[in-house]
Structures are given as structure tokens and as C-alpha cells.
Design a protein around this ligand. Structure first.
Ligand code: VJV
Ligand code: CA
Ligand code: ZN
Length: 378
């Protein structure tokens, strides 16, 4: 089981619906909702449920999803099935259905489940009944108002932030998924009430292709979009140092009333789609760092395609938000075989790719972002 550490003991709410782990994007598709089941089993078998309020959230309603998404796109998501998609062919080009975003059985139900959880998590923070709310089902940051993108159909993050904005004057969004958080950035690009900050691989080609350092927001939102473009192979030391330097400046200048932290685990070393070199400890250090500010915090999932490591990472991070120290030997679950041969929470993940982020590059990047943030002090 878990032993308790640290002094700040926030009230933590945890959202999970067992069913969410049973959806399938299709054979060979890298996005595997089963990682949610693996995570949940580890969380429960470590005994972390004793440190949190665990909720089985309700599904988002159509009205709630309409707060961000277009009417006819919602109609499409609601109606389309694997069997009728041929008949609905006319819509397909406009709605970007394809290999990345296939129509699968229960897709609309899946969207309502992960989005309902993010909306409830946000409301729980607003009500003051929790200091930290965790939803590993959510974090689908690419979905757009009119179309799905990059495995994401409904943007639960935008929906959650809209809930937080009802109460908090300013909300900070932080995204450590290896992909750019384009859907969230786009939704709040022209407002100064939401600062979006994404760390990602960027070379103009890597999906989704956006997230250059000079995308900074526009209109009232100018300087309120922060992009940290990185190259292959970034390691623990460089990443955590960069993250802490930038987040310290962001918190100091923006002073958010609430934080949403997207914890995509595809930034770990050995990810099937990723090219970074992070350990689970370093990924978790970003969560620990954001927790320390003591600001209401929503922690959500995202990418992560080597699912044994996704489950390890999100379990470790659930422990961090609870202030519980987890022994590295994994507890037994029915999914024990996934964690062979080490059966450890912290396998060696680095070393597959060379670090292409030079000290000079990272220093210049940091300098430019700190300069951008100085415009906010005004
Ligand atoms: O790079 C792309 C777009 C293409 C067109 C579609 N083909 C399948 C791949 C290249 C240009 N898409 C990315 C999308 C990444 C989404 C990341 C989501 C998140 O982690 O940020 C948040 C949840 C991409 N990379 C790899 C794949 N798609 C990919 C998709 C497949 C696949 C293998 C790789 C879809 C189906 C199958 N294999 C069978
Ligand atoms: Ca990111
Ligand atoms: Zn990703």
C-alpha cells in the first residue's frame, strides 16, 4: 500500500467509469482506452482510493457539449455508426473522419463519458469540495469546434475550462503531452482569461504541425498563448528545468485562479508515437511542481501509446497528488503480465533516442519565453 508523505494535504477527487476502458478505436489503432483499465487497477491495488473521493461520473449532455462544439458536428457524432458511415459519406470530408479518427462502436458514448467526467471535475473544484480533481479519461486536446482531430472527437478540456471560467477570472492550461495542444489554444486564442502553455515536439511536420514559439495569441489574447517547441530526445534534467523555469514565471505573471494540467504520457521515453526521453519520475515531477502552488488543480490524461507505461505514469501521478509515496514494486493485479519483466513502477525508459536539444537552444528558448511573459506585467 501507499504511505503518506508531504505536508500540503489537498482533498482529491478521482473520476473513473470502468466502461471507458472497453472502447476500441479499431485494430492496430495506437489509441487504446484499455490503458484506463490498467491505470485504475494499479491505483486501486496500491490502495490510493483510500486517499481520494472516487466518483463514477455521469455522461455529458448534448447541451453541455454544445457549449463548445457546433450543432451539426454534434448531430453527426450522435448519429454516425460503423454501419451507417458509408451512407453518411457526404459528411466525411468535412468532418475529418479517417484513420486517425475512425468511427467506432460506442464512440459518442465514449465522448460523453470522458467529457462528463472533465465537466464534473471542473465543477467539483468550483464548488470548493475538492482542491485537486483527476480524470485520466480526459485530455483530448486536439478536438475542434467543427471536427475531430488526432484521436480526439469532443474537446473535454475546453468544456472544463468553460466551467472554470464561470467562477475564476483567470485559468491556466498546461500541456505536457508530446503533441501541441492546438484545440485548446485555438479555443482561447483571443482571450486574456485563459493562458495556454504547451510543451511539445515541433519541427513543422510532427502532428499537428502547429505550436511554433511565435504563436503567442491575438487581440486581447496576445502573449497569452505560450509555446515551447522541443526536438527529439529531450531528457529529464533539461525538461524539468525548463518546465520549472517557465512555470514559475507563468504563475508569477498570470496568477491563475485554477490550473488544468494535461498529462499526456506520450512524452515518456519508449512511447510508441513519442520521441522524447522522459522517465516517469520526471513526468511526475511536473505534476508535483504544479501541485505545490496550492491553486485548485485539474489533472487530466491525454496521449500515451505504450500502455504499460501510461498506466505506471498516471498511477504514480495519482500518488503524487494524494501525497502518497508508492513502493516501486507494483501490486498484483489481474493485468500483472503487462508489467513484465520488472513489475516495477519505474522502468528504465531513456536512451532510445539522442537528445537533439542543445543547451544553447534551450537557453535561447527560455529567454524568448521569459521575454514574452514580461509583456504581461504591463
Ligand atoms: O500524423 C498524423 C496524420 C497522418 C494522417 C493519418 N495517418 C494515419 C497518420 C499520419 C498525418 N496523425 C497523428 C495523430 C496523433 C494524435 C495524437 C493525440 C494526442 O496524443 O495528442 C492526444 C490524445 C498520428 N501519429 C501516428 C498516427 N497518427 C497513427 C495513426 C494510426 C495508426 C498508426 C499511427 C491510425 C490507425 C492505425 N494505425 C491502424
Ligand atoms: Ca503538449
Ligand atoms: Zn499526444
Amino acid at each position: 500500500g501507499a504511505t503518506v508523505a508531504e505536508h500540503y494535504r489537498p482533498r482529491v477527487s478521482y473520476y473513473m467509469r470502468e466502461q471507458a476502458g472497453n472502447f476500441h478505436y479499431g485494430r492496430q489503432h495506437p489509441m487504446k482506452p484499455h490503458r484506463l483499465t490498467l491505470t485504475n487497477h494499479l491505483v486501486l491495488n496500491y490502495g490510493l482510493h483510500k486517499h481520494m473521493d472516487v466518483y463514477e461520473p455521469r455522461r455529458a449532455t448534448e447541451d453541455e457539449i454544445r457549449e463548445f462544439h457546433a450543432e451539426d458536428y454534434i448531430d453527426f457524432l450522435k448519429r454516425v455508426t460503423p454501419d451507417n458511415q458509408a451512407a453518411m459519406q457526404a459528411c466525411f470530408s468535412s468532418f475529418n473522419i479517417g484513420d486517425d479518427c475512425p468511427i467506432f462502436d460506442g464512440m459518442w458514448d465514449f465522448c460523453r463519458i470522458y467529457s462528463g467526467a472533465s465537466i464534473e471535475a471542473a465543477r467539483k473544484l468550483v464548488s470548493g469540495a475538492a482542491d485537486i480533481a483527476v480524470n485520466w479519461m480526459g485530455g483530448l486536446h486536439h478536438a475542434k469546434k467543427y471536427e475531430p482531430s488526432g484521436f480526439c472527437y469532443v474537446n473535454d478540456i475546453v468544456l472544463a475550462i468553460l466551467q472554470l471560467l464561470r467562477y475564476y477570472p483567470r485559468v491556466l492550461y498546461v500541456d505536457i503531452d508530446i503533441h501541441h495542444g492546438d484545440g485548446v489554444q485555438e479555443a482561447f486564442y483571443t482571450t486574456d482569461r485563459v493562458m495556454t502553455c504547451s510543451f511539445h515536439k515541433y519541427n513543422g511536420d510532427f502532428f499537428p504541425g502547429t505550436g511554433a514559439i511565435d504563436e503567442m495569441g491575438s487581440g486581447l489574447g496576445k502573449f497569452y498563448a505560450v509555446n515551447v517547441p522541443l526536438q527529439d530526445g529531450i531528457d529529464d534534467r533539461s525538461y524539468t528545468q525548463l518546465f520549472k523555469t517557465i512555470m514559475t514565471a507563468v504563475m508569477d505573471t498570470f496568477k491563475p485562479g485554477a490550473i488544468v494540467l494535461q498529462c499526456g504520457a506520450d512524452s515518456l521515453g519508449c512511447d510508441r508515437l513519442g520521441v522524447f526521453n522522459l522517465s516517469i519520475a520526471a513526468h511526475g515531477e511536473c505534476v508535483r511542481f504544479m501541485k505545490r502552488f496550492g491553486v485548485p488543480l485539474m489533472v487530466i490524461g491525454g496521449g500515451g501509446y505504450t500502455i504499460r507505461n501510461v498506466a505506471r505514469c498516471w498511477t504514480y501521478e495519482t500518488g503524487i497528488v494524494c501525497g502518497a509515496e508508492l513502493p516501486s514494486a507494483l501490486p498484483d493485479t489481474v493485468y500483472r503480465d503487462f508489467f513484465a519483466p520488472d513489475y516495477s513502477l519505474h522502468p528504465q525508459l531513456s536512451g532510445r533516442v539522442v537528445n537533439h536539444n542543445s543547451r544553447a537552444y534551450l537557453n535561447a528558448l527560455t529567454a524568448r519565453i521569459l521575454e514574452q511573459l514580461r509583456y504581461l506585467k504591463g
